[in-house]
Design a protein around this ligand. Structure first.
Ligand code: HEC
Ligand code: HEC
Length: 295
């Protein structure tokens, strides 16, 4: 009898030690990923103080989604506070709080590569969306940020919590866009604004993050959230839509039947796009193969 108890104790003891070791290894792996360092060597960009360039920077900031997380004036906000998983805070980007070591190139590394001033990956900052943002546009956006009026708001710090680390380790919750992006140094030409499908394709990089690079939609955001819509000209998508319907959706967030879309569709940002930008997006969507919804 004593022998059995002894063996059982040994068994449980070994199991407990194994569990602790697995936990430590998992923690170590996630620390490694979060602390990985990335060196960005894209060709240098020029800071500008030209009012037209700054206006283009502001237009990009307002229409490409930055304002939704970092605030209308760059003051920062808590993007998500999901208890044991993650607290994602989009920092204050104004000179009152931004690390003064940030220059145009460091800001480009943050926006296009998801890499912060300490060379570590930024958590939850959706850099894949802007990884192909043209050099002139990137320089304008960064020049605008560096010229923002100071705002003292302190939104706090991003924290990856234990469940977030675990989900990240098993691949269920990608947290570090930098880990998946192409950091090969290269130039990125900025296409000149023109009413064309090609220009629309450049702008649609912003839409692709949710609607997919084929614009077929299908991305899920959570239990009570709508799925990203199919934007191809198939009957499942915008096949029956007119350009006026499209403009109403992007300017006012209204579907053709007059109902309001969920705010996850960033229509407050697209509302500020120019007529030429909306027309080019529409031409681009029409140039794509019509695709049925995914299974
Ligand atoms: C979905 C929300 C979201 C959007 C949209 C977004 N960001 Fe961020 N951004 C974040 C979060 C969260 C962080 C902080 C990450 C961290 O602390 O690891 C961040 C970090 C940054 C940083 C680094 C700041 C610092 O103090 O180190 C810069 C610069 C930045 N974002 C600029 C931008 C710009 C410009 C845009 C638009 C092109 C943008 N962001 C869009 C969420 C967002
Ligand atoms: C952050 C994710 C996200 C981004 C970025 C985004 N969308 Fe959406 N979009 C959605 C979601 C989710 C819906 C569904 C909203 C609903 O049904 O309430 C939607 C709906 C739409 C609709 C209505 C489609 C329908 O059948 O009702 C159009 C049109 C649209 N998006 C166009 C665009 C365009 C063009 C862009 C880029 C300029 C874009 N979206 C960027 C998430 C996004």
């Amino acid at each position: 009898m004593k022998r059995v108890v002894k063996w059982l104790l040994w068994g449980f003891g070994t199991l407990a030690v194994l569990c602790v070791l697995t936990g430590i290894t998992a923690w170590w792996h996630s620390e490694q990923a979060l602390n990985a360092v990335y060196t960005i060597n894209d060709p240098p960009l020029q800071r500008s103080t030209d009012p037209n360039v700054l206006a283009q920077g502001e237009h990009l900031y307002q229409t490409r989604g930055c304002a939704a997380c970092h605030g209308a004036n760059g003051e920062g906000s808590v993007v998500m506070d999901a208890g044991p998983v993650l607290r994602a805070v989009a920092p204050n980007l104004t000179p009152a709080r931004l690390d003064p070591a940030y220059d145009v190139d460091a800001l480009a590394a943050a926006v296009r590569h998801g890499v912060g001033i300490d060379k570590r990956g930024l958590v939850f900052m959706p850099a894949a969306t802007w990884s192909e943002l043209g050099d002139d546009d990137m320089a304008a956006l960064a020049s605008y940020l560096l010229a923002l009026p100071p705002d003292a708001n302190e939104p706090g710090q991003t924290e990856v919590r234990p469940l977030g680390r675990l989900l990240n380790l098993i691949g269920a919750f990608p947290l570090l866009p930098a880990a998946e992006l192409d950091h090969q140094p290269r130039q990125r030409p900025t296409p000149p604004p023109a009413r064309s499908a090609a220009y629309g394709g450049y702008l649609a990089a912003f839409c692709a993050d949710c609607h997919g690079s084929d614009m077929r939609g299908g991305k899920h955001f959570g239990p009570d959230m709508p799925v990203a819509a199919n934007l191809t000209m198939h009957a499942d998508g915008l096949g029956e839509w007119t350009e006026a319907d499209f403009n109403l959706a992007l300017r006012q967030g209204l579907r053709p039947d007059g109902s309001q879309m969920h705010p996850i569709m960033p229509w407050r940002a697209t509302a500020k796009m120019t007529d030429l930008e909306l027309a080019s997006l529409w031409l681009y969507l029409q140039s794509l193969p019509p695709l049925a919804d995914k299974g």
